[in-house]
Ligand binder design. Structure first.
Ligand code: IMP
Length: 377
């Protein structure tokens, strides 16, 4: 099943898979076939357009008794709300006088549509008998005394789309059913590049402009070290030697941030992922949430510039991992061997964008990074 989908202004998440829908239709068809086996006349299958097209289509392929198929178009919904007034948008495509009718509906919500239709068929159109057959029903909302003769599945009161159901005419062509997502899809940007490229320098401006939470794994770890936590002590010895902290530790901190930070449109990861296995883990973490990496923005400088920038930063910030040329060289080597392969990984996924920040002032480079973000966001 695919990820979340966006229709007009709303996001929908996967809800009922196609194979479950088909299993429900199989059951409904079995019941109909039993009830209409050896029926003395030819019943009419009435497809209520447009939502019931896929349902009626699948059902017909399973119906074994002779039947006639006709359509009608009704409307009671506007956007995601029932208006309470049922409109007969298009007349019956054939008379049902004296006939047994099986109404095929995609979904019964308040029941306004189906009950109005049933009454119309019996009282105005002279049908001999009317049965209601619906793929879905929302029992919490349905408040009519009329029996629903054939029901595929009961669902809670939530707005759904797919398999014929629409949101303002979009979504009918999805083979699975999706439910409206009250917690819409977040953006996940990765700020990528060698140490000293300016990830931390530019992250604030990007995060502010796009309402993202900036997550610097280095800063999260340094906060643990400063607080003297167990995790911090373990991390310190590794960081001081220019080595990487175990993936599980970093990933745990990131997942916690994804779960707990509210009120943002997404996250800006800085310093993570740093190797291919972390990138695969990140994909898995996001996949579980029905989400995925939005884009990776690589800030590129060459090795000489890395030395120059980090030496300068060491004087200003006094970071232990910036202290000696040997540590810097070690970090550059780690970057080239472990982190750089991520460029190809994200390029292959069509998610990699690059900004040259080797020359220029901080302001100039920030403008370049923000301009690049504009082309992605
Ligand atoms: P009712 O008259 O309130 O029972 O609504 C029936 C009609 O409303 C259906 O045939 C659909 O066209 C539409 N509808 C009800 N619930 C939903 C939903 O969750 N998604 C999309 N359409 C819906």
């Amino acid at each position: 099943m695919e990820d979340k989908i966006k229709l007009h202004d709303k996001v929908f998440k996967p809800y009922i898979r196609h194979d479950r829908i088909i299993a429900a239709i199989d059951d409904v068809a079995d019941k109909l076939n039993r009830d209409f086996y050896n029926c003395p006349d030819v019943p009419v299958i009435l497809c209520v357009l447009n939502g019931s097209i896929p349902f009626t289509g699948e059902l017909l392929q399973r119906i074994t008794f002779p039947c006639q198929v006709i359509s009608i178009k009704m409307s009671s919904y506007q956007g995601t709300q029932s208006t309470g007034t049922v409109l007969n948008v298009m007349g019956l495509t054939s008379s049902v006088k004296g006939r047994r009718v099986i109404i095929c509906e995609d979904i019964v919500d308040t029941g306004n549509t189906i009950v109005a239709l049933k009454e119309m068929l019996l009282d105005k159109e002279g049908a001999a008998d009317v049965r209601i057959c619906t793929l879905l029903v929302k029992p919490d909302v349905y408040d009519k005394p009329d029996k629903l003769d054939y029901v595929g599945m009961e669902i809670p009161n939530a707005f759904i789309v797919g398999f014929g159901l629409d949101y303002d005419e979009l979504g009918r062509n999805n083979k699975d059913i999706y439910v409206i997502d009250d917690n819409p899809m977040k953006k996940y940007y990765i700020l990528f590049g060698p140490p000293g490229a300016g990830k931390g320098t530019h992250a604030g401006a990007i995060a502010q402009k796009y309402n993202l939470k900036h997550i610097s794994t280095g800063e999260l770890l340094r906060a643990e070290i400063a607080a003297g936590t167990e995790l911090g002590k373990q991390a310190k010895s590794l960081i001081d030697a220019g080595m990487l902290v175990p993936d599980s530790v970093v990933e745990g901190m990131i997942e916690t941030a994804f779960d707990t930070v509210k009120g943002v449109d997404g996250f800006l990861l800085d310093g993570f992922p740093r190797n291919l296995s972390q990138a695969a883990d990140l994909d898995e973490i996001l996949d579980k949430r029905g989400e995925s990496v939005t884009a990776v923005v690589g800030l590129m400088i060459d090795d000489d510039m890395i030395f120059q920038r980090i030496r300068g930063r060491a004087i200003i910030e006094g970071r232990a991992d910036d202290a000696s040329d040997e540590t810097i060289a070690n970090r550059i080597k780690t970057y080239h061997t472990q982190t750089e392969p991520l460029i190809d990984y994200y390029k292959a996924a069509g998610k990699y964008w690059e900004v040259d920040v080797d020359g220029g002032t901080i302001e100039e480079n920030r403008a370049r990074v923000l301009a690049k973000m504009e082309t992605i966001a």
